[in-house]
Design a binder for this molecule. Structure first.
Ligand code: V47
Ligand code: SF4
Length: 393
């Protein structure tokens, strides 16, 4: 089954007499594959309705990827939730002075987690956690070397720019030197966390004490120059305004023009349970879908747009596939706590391959397993799953 929305549908929309002139101009640019300006981005946020945005974003998504929707088989390791920083949106971290309320894994404990997947066809381990003052560069070099030695085929994606900034400063190495050391140890790519909203006015309110926007971008630039691929996130739906969102996307788009090293853009919806910002209501599903669509239209040089299902929930993640998204991340296997602690519906996020593939098929798309850097592993469009596989936990 496909639900392809072809160009004529968009052309009809553009002819509608009631369509705002600036939105019409933006739609024509999208058809001509012309880059949108920051003013266009803001106009879309201010004026475009969900139907218009969906039609345009779906056109771009299908132009780039057809019906393909990627996922991978992965698990997370969260070395610690002890953190020296005090991001107000974070429901997950504990300060060092309260570390007995949190967790701190040893290298052997983390290696045991990896060994637990010895006979399973996972392709990626995603390592991310709090910024613990005693877990330093040499600790993580040893961890990566040991994972690599144990399972050389497992892609190691690890550490946000926030963790790396602290690690490199503590070890008194430059960003370039630090990235080289980790890359040589076996780190192959970096996730996109820690970006939040780059604009200093927003950072001052939600995460004043960690690396700033320029510092985040400098670390990703250095990783790209080292030949590594990275992702980029944007935490939305709190105190930021439309200008801040567009400024954030614009800075990422500029770095991508310079290096081409980003794989995926991942908007992250602010979840409001158990943190200092719990008085801020969460964005509606309509706002979420509009944002994904605008991200697809604006981030024209990012090959992939990911909806992280453990944070959004399965139903909304399915909907995003009609609003520009072509990637749902992975099987996860109940190995991350960041979102469940912030109130996400998925309290124990885990899907097997059959369930993830069926989720994508029910949305009318082609499920394709990928590795971390988007080499295609297997197309699951026509695979027949047993009831047992679909119900398996
Ligand atoms: O930087 C923390 C976010 C991020 C909350 O690169 C919150 O493939 C919402 O970046 N509500 C870390 N979000 C996770 C991350 C990530 C996740 C999945 C895949 C990839 C990838 C990257 O989580 C943090 C922060 O922006 N976060 N607290 C919250 N209450
Ligand atoms: Fe620490 Fe990350 Fe939480 Fe900020 S978001 S307090 S850096 S764990």
């Amino acid at each position: 089954m496909t639900m392809r929305q072809d160009y004529p549908a968009v052309e009809v929309l553009l002819q509608h007499p009631a369509l705002d002139q600036s939105l019409k101009t933006i739609g024509e640019k999208v058809l001509r594959q012309e880059r949108l300006t920051p003013a266009d981005g803001i106009a879309l946020f201010e004026k475009a309705d969900i139907g218009y945005l969906g039609a345009l974003a779906n056109l771009v998504r299908e132009r780039m990827h057809g019906d393909k929707t990627y996922f991978n088989r992965n698990f997370h390791i969260e070395p610690t939730n002890v953190c020296v920083f005090t991001c107000h949106f974070c429901s997950y971290s504990r300060l060092y002075k309260n570390r007995e309320e949190g967790w701190e894994l040893s290298i052997d404990q983390m290696l045991d987690i990896v060994k637990g997947y010895d006979n399973q066809p996972v392709t990626e381990v995603h390592i991310v956690g709090g910024v613990h003052p005693k877990m330093q560069l040499d600790f993580f070099v040893e961890l990566i070397q040991k994972i690599r030695a144990h399972r050389p085929d497992l892609h190691i994606k690890g550490f946000t720019a926030v963790e790396l900034d602290y690690m490199f400063r503590k070890a008194k190495v430059s960003i370039e030197e630090g990235m080289r050391i980790l890359n040589e140890a076996g780190l192959q790519s970096m996730p996109g966390g820690g970006a939040e909203i780059f604009h200093p006015d927003v950072r001052a309110k939600i995460c004043h004490d960690k690396v700033d926007g320029d510092g985040w971008l400098a670390i990703h630039r250095a990783a790209h120059k080292q030949g590594m691929h990275t992702n980029a996130t944007m935490l939305y739906g709190h105190v930021e305004n439309y200008e801040h969102r567009v400024d954030h996307m614009e800075r990422l788009r500029q770095l991508q023009d310079e290096t081409g090293g980003f794989n995926t853009f991942i908007p992250l919806k602010f979840r409001n349970k158990g943190n200092d910002m719990s008085d801020i209501p969460e964005s509606s599903v309509i706002e979420d879908l509009r944002l994904y669509a605008i991200a697809r239209l604006y981030m024209d040089n990012f090959p992939h747009l990911k909806a992280y299902w453990p944070m959004l929930g399965r139903n909304t993640a399915q909907l995003t596939l009609s609003f520009g998204v072509n990637d749902l991340d992975g099987t996860i296997d109940d190995t991350t706590k960041i979102y469940s602690m912030a109130g996400a519906e998925e309290q124990n996020p885990s899907m097997n391959t059959a369930q993830l593939a069926m989720l994508i098929r029910q949305a009318g798309r082609r499920p394709v397993e990928r590795d971390t850097v988007y080499n295609e592993i297997k197309d699951y469009t026509d695979v027949v799953f047993s009831d047992e596989e679909l119900l398996l936990k």
